[in-house]
Design a protein around this ligand. Structure first.
Ligand SMILES: Cc1ncc(COP(=O)(O)O)c(C=O)c1O
Length: 421
């Protein structure tokens, strides 16, 4: 038996091991959750979501920045219940498709609080955004300008915009989530930005409020943000600057991303120094708001010894694509026996050899029927979930003060053919 351990900072703020050595999230015993709601299941601490939203706001206030907006990048966890929490906390919302726009409105965000992004939005998506009255549209290139010019003709109000610029700065992250480098599919290049700015400034129906950048995701260093802000500063003076998202999250106990307060403090001071004071500063965190709030519960289905010890669970790449997409690393524990010395590969149930949630993890003698918890699955798990092998997607369960609430039900087998004609 492993000895009881203190939880590492990767778990939600109200995660703890109870007297029986069982994990609790928001006061709910996860073994009871697994029995009651089944597995796999996404379990989310509602207080953790709220605490991180408040931490962003408090950080701007502490830095003396009066004019700011914290914009939840809804792609990170696009469930309306999660969006609703952030709407209640006074955040704005980044949407990157007609679907995300629809969900954000449904979750209670006002149209004015939405920022609409994307590198390939068609007329239909823009029309929806214009009709809904979204606060800001981030223009991603000259084709967007052509489209919007055409679509806003005859409208009485000018549509407020940001211009997304790719600053030519490479953050230290995985290639697949790096966006700020010169050769990016997002935004206009530094070289083309002056022409885009000129066109937008001359537009009758469009009103350029400021510049946007998003250099990448899961960044642990503020340096690239400073370099990118400096690149924007060279493009002229604007009222609004949106520095995008990207603050990293700790996926394993060894990882220490900057604290929200320090990160925001450094962004504010870089912006003041490089852009001048009196600007509206916007930031678009996704991962940093939701990653650590969520854990996934799985049930062990089989344990076998083929060179490695293979522990196979009832989910995998359909509920968490990140290990397959980016080789993303995670920790795991048996939910009532934390720690351990049995070295295993934690495998998913899908028909791909690559469907391995964790290639090398120490567990406490995992057995069939055990509940396994994988922390830090709040970001880009639910959002990228899929039905590979026709596996129904898991429910989302909010936990708070000992109460569990299913906010997204588990998909049923009938859901799997609900769209068939
Ligand atoms: C425009 C934009 N803003 C914000 C984000 C959120 O990034 P993160 O989850 O790393 O904070 C993304 C992520 O892809 C993005 O594309």
């Amino acid at each position: 038996m492993a000895t009881t351990q203190t939880l590492s900072h990767v778990y939600p703020i109200d995660g703890r091991l109870n007297a029986r050595g069982r994990l609790e999230i928001g006061g709910c015993d996860v073994l009871e959750l697994a029995d009651r709601f089944g597995t796999p299941a996404y379990v989310v601490s509602e207080d953790d979501l709220r605490a991180r939203a408040r931490a962003f706001i408090a950080a701007f206030e502490a830095a003396g920045q009066d004019d700011f907006r914290v914009v939840f990048a809804s792609k990170a966890f696009g469930a309306t219940a999660v969006m609703r929490v952030f709407a209640q906390e006074g955040l704005d919302c980044d949407v990157a498709s007609a679907g995300e726009l629809h969900l954000a409105l449904r979750a209670g965000f006002s149209p004015a609080s939405l920022v609409f992004h994307g590198n390939a939005r068609d007329d239909g998506e823009f029309q929806l955004a214009l009709d809904a009255g979204v606060g800001l549209i981030a223009v991603d290139g000259f084709d967007d300008i052509d489209r919007l010019e055409r679509l806003v003709k005859g409208r009485s109000e000018r549509q407020a915009l940001l211009l997304r610029v790719t600053p030519g700065v490479r953050g230290d992250t995985h290639d697949k989530i790096s966006t700020g480098q010169a050769d990016s599919k997002f935004g206009v290049s530094i070289g083309d930005a002056p022409a885009a700015i000129e066109r937008l400034r001359a537009s009758r129906g469009l009103e350029l409020r400021g510049l946007h950048m998003h250099i990448g995701s899961n960044l642990f260093s503020v340096g690239p943000f400073r370099a990118a802000i400096a690149a924007l500063a060279a493009l002229g003076d604007f009222a609004v600057y949106d520095v995008g998202g990207g603050l990293g999250a700790a996926y394993t106990a060894q990882q220490e991303p900057p604290a929200i307060e320090d990160f925001v403090g450094e962004i504010v001071s870089a912006a003041r120094e490089l852009l001048g004071s009196g600007k509206r500063l916007m930031i678009e965190p996704g991962r940093a708001l939701v990653a650590n709030a969520g854990v996934t519960l799985y049930r062990v289905i089989s344990v076998k010894h083929n060179v490695s010890t293979w522990v196979a669970v009832d989910g995998g790449m359909s509920d968490n694509l990140r290990p397959m997409l980016y080789g993303a690393g995670y920790e795991a524990d048996v939910a009532d026996r934390f720690g351990g010395t049995t070295r295993v590969q934690l495998a998913g149930k899908h028909c791909e050899s690559g469907d391995v949630i964790i290639k090398d993890v120490l567990l406490d003698d995992p057995r069939v029927g055990d509940v396994i918890v994988v922390p830090v699955t709040g970001a880009y798990g639910y959002s990228m979930a899929n039905n590979y092998n026709a596996v129904p997607r898991p429910p989302v369960i909010f936990c708070r003060d000992g109460e569990a609430r299913v906010v997204v039900r588990r998909e049923t087998l009938d859901d799997l053919h609900a769209r068939d004609l």
